[in-house]
Design a protein around this ligand. Sequence first.
Ligand code: GTP
Length: 597
Amino acid sequence: TDLSRIRNFSIVAHIDHGKSTLADRLIQETNTVAERDMKEQLLDAMDIERERGITIKANTVRIDFTAADGQDYVLNLIDTPGHVDFAYEVSRSMRAVEGSLLVVDSTQGVEAQTLANVYQAIDADHEIVPVLNKIDLPASEPDRVREQIEDVIGLDASDALLVSAKTGEGIRETLQAIVDRLPAPKGDPEAPLKAMLVDSWYDAYLGVIVLVRVIDGRLRKGERVKMMSNGSVHHVDRIGVFRPAMTQVDELGPGEIGFLTASIKQVRDTRVGDTITHEKKGAETALPGFKPSQPVVFCGLFPVDSAQFEDLRDAIEKLALNDASFSFEVESSAALGFGFRCGFLGLLHLEVIRDRIEREYDIDLITTAPSVVYHVYMKDGEMRELHNPADMPDLTHVDHLEEPRIKATILVPDDYLGDVLKLCQDRRGIQEDLTYAGPRAMVVYDLPLNEVVFDFYDRLKSVTKGYASFDYQMTGYRQDNLVKMQILVNEEPVDALSVMVHRDRAETRGRAMVEKLKDLIPRHMFKIPIQAAIGGKVIARETLAALRKDVTAKCYGGDVSRKKKLLEKQKAGKKKMRQFGRVEIPQSAFINALKMD
Ligand code: GTP
């Protein structure tokens, strides 16, 4: 295709502002898919994505559009993941296109994710076309939102498009604006091949499908190509484009976006951001900025029923084939038996994987406290990465610890600002910025990732009644006074409940944890001390009183069927219990004990 007739773009938006609905409309308006094939939310393929209303895997579609000048254009839309956990994938998808539609819900205005995503687009040198969506709603305030885009983001919004992705109003104008206002891609068809690996996923029939954006040169079926990050060579057996169904083509030239398959077995063998070139006469230098995404949050996943360990291994291996950013290794815990220590890009990623294991593979899991990666500096100068508090080396050999920090951006209505500041302060945050955009405040905090991973987002939602929006970026490591806190139940350490905490917060955390555990652990026939300790020193203690009477006693010994039912219920409950020395702890206690409130 003639480069001047191509436009490549993505859509950036906050969750629920209408990105998927708009994408569907653009596809529908151009008859890219026959009406009867049009499914709700075409671009969100996976069930879990749909259920959670979030887009996880980047998707793409090629749209043919006849513009006002009578010429046919090819518009390639790359759908980007909307969540912070996938920030690196977003930044890669952005580098594969020249422009963005910035969709803002005109009844809501700019949110934290709008900002995070639009900054990525600005970083990628995009031309940006603001789109004010949902103008069909009575609460729509296009003028206010236009002003806000100018004040907060600093983009000219005077010619923002007025759109209703629901009714179809403004959709033609949006397509025309993509042609008129976004630049055509540049590239040299005669230069050695350089194609960016934008995304990849596993398909049961075709193996790994690789989404590419050709920068220079031409990619044809039957060629041998090389991944520049590791030199691996593959024979291309198929190339094509998404309309959005996969349609084979003979070649992809500069500026084009499409897919290739090459009998690649695992998604792990394809790295997002890598450069693909020809095996022979390939490019000398790769595209800049490639970095494989690193897991930042780790936790243990253990089967509730230890007989399901091999099933769990099978599930994890299958999921890992399709997700290069998910890492795992076998972990054995004195308390929980055999399981896996798994690494994720963030909490949402963790939840999605855990849900899939439970749902698709039908395995009940115990999830241990999420932990970040600490840098442990030993006295001999060595630096060790600590993925699990249980592996914390003996303190006599440790010089100091560093923890990862983030830059968090929070947008919140003025009324709730005080609560948000307090929450951030409580989580050891350092305020970096506080500005106003109309009745809303934007605060920027430097926070330890550790204080955010577990329930920060839930807390934020609850103190602001859901009105705050939040986004973050990793910034780097910093030294702090960090210690490992252990929990002892009946004098036995429960390693699954060990956490890394800041020394100043240890007492509070420890006390909260033992108090909670006292409620969460059922009474036994004997007294149970529950303690929090640092090193050998106990910093908090509760005692769970002994049970006096038999539970069935309250059935007055008379009603046999009720008694039986009760015993059966207890037996079912047992499956979710874990034995620690003489004490049984329910699975739910692990997660609940680690929540802070
Ligand atoms: P994620 O996929 O979760 O990032 O959300 P999204 O930004 O793709 O939003 P989505 O397209 O799923 O739309 C969110 C909700 O807004 C849905 O219930 C849509 O039906 C609704 N919606 C989208 N566009 C419009 C519009 O123009 N008018 C009205 N009234 N509702 C809309």
